[in-house]
Design a protein around this ligand. Structure first.
Ligand code: ADP
Ligand code: ADP
Length: 227
């Protein structure tokens, strides 16, 4: 379990992005952080993998303070997916996905075999393996981003607006795929979105944040109070 305990983030310019946030993120389910632009969602996500350090408070992963763990070990346990996939433009699809196992010291053939298995897992046609990112549609690129994040089989997936840049029909397909993957693989997923419908559809638990970095509600979708 990831436990965020009274965390505040104040950026050097004085902006308070997150204000005394406490959250218990359950294992093997999808926790969605939702709220308007600027309410501190991305900052919260980035504190979980230490791309951003909290000003106050602690974050525990399975009971251990993440500040006390080597950052590389921590990040190896967390896949990270962003809005425009962030793919390496000069690498083929299969090698984009194989990058992470390669960094972990796997041989080229084994890493590529793993990448092809993941392509199938996220619903990418094997024929796309040797293409480059620019030759894929936006939705396909996001699938590659998800496959790459899964490549080292991390227990945790951090996803920052991963489906926001694709059209609504493709987005629905990606959401369904994520629910299926979560069901099959049982990852602990922290998912950031500004879209309440997406939060309700995907979330096992939904954390509603509001401007100023406050937590307004934390509940399963069916128990969210409308306002
Ligand atoms: P969200 O993901 O909900 O849009 P962010 O976490 O990106 O929110 O930002 C929260 C607040 O912190 C915003 O007011 C934003 O402008 C500010 N902020 C984000 N990053 C920085 C930074 N590096 N320096 C100063 N302020 C920042
Ligand atoms: P979308 O409408 O979802 O953005 P595209 O029209 O971009 O989809 O792509 C449709 C199909 O054509 C996809 O299977 C994609 O892989 C393929 N494709 C797109 N651009 C290229 C390209 N430059 N070379 C080869 N295949 C491409």
């Amino acid at each position: 379990m990831i436990r965020i305990d009274a965390v505040t983030k104040r950026y050097p310019d004085g902006t308070v992005a997150v204000d005394r946030l406490s959250l218990e993120i359950p294992d093997r389910s999808i926790t969605v952080l939702v709220g308007p632009s600027g309410c501190g969602k991305t900052t919260t996500l980035r504190m979980i993998n230490r791309m951003v350090e909290p000003s106050e408070g602690t974050i525990l992963l399975d009971g251990k303070d993440i500040q006390q763990q080597p950052v590389n070990t921590l990040r190896r346990s967390m896949g990270y997916v962003i809005q425009n996939a962030g793919l390496f433009q000069h690498r083929t699809i299969v090698d984009n996905i194989a990058t992470v196992p390669r960094m972990l010291g796997w041989g080229k053939d084994k890493a590529r075999a793993r990448a092809r298995e993941l392509m199938e897992r996220v619903g990418l046609d094997a024929a796309l393996a040797k293409r480059y990112p620019y030759q894929l549609s936006g939705g396909q690129q996001q699938r590659v981003g998800v496959a790459r994040a899964l490549a080292a089989d991390p227990p945790v997936l951090l996803m920052d607006e991963p489906f926001s840049a694709v059209d609504p029909v493709v987005r629905k397909g990606l959401q369904d795929e994520l629910l299926r993957i979560q069901d099959e693989l049982g990852k602990t997923i922290v998912f950031v979105t500004h879209d309440i419908d997406e939060a309700v559809k995907l979330g096992t638990m939904v954390a509603v944040m509001r401007t100023g970095g406050h937590l307004a509600q934390f509940a399963p979708p069916a128990e969210l109070l409308s306002h």
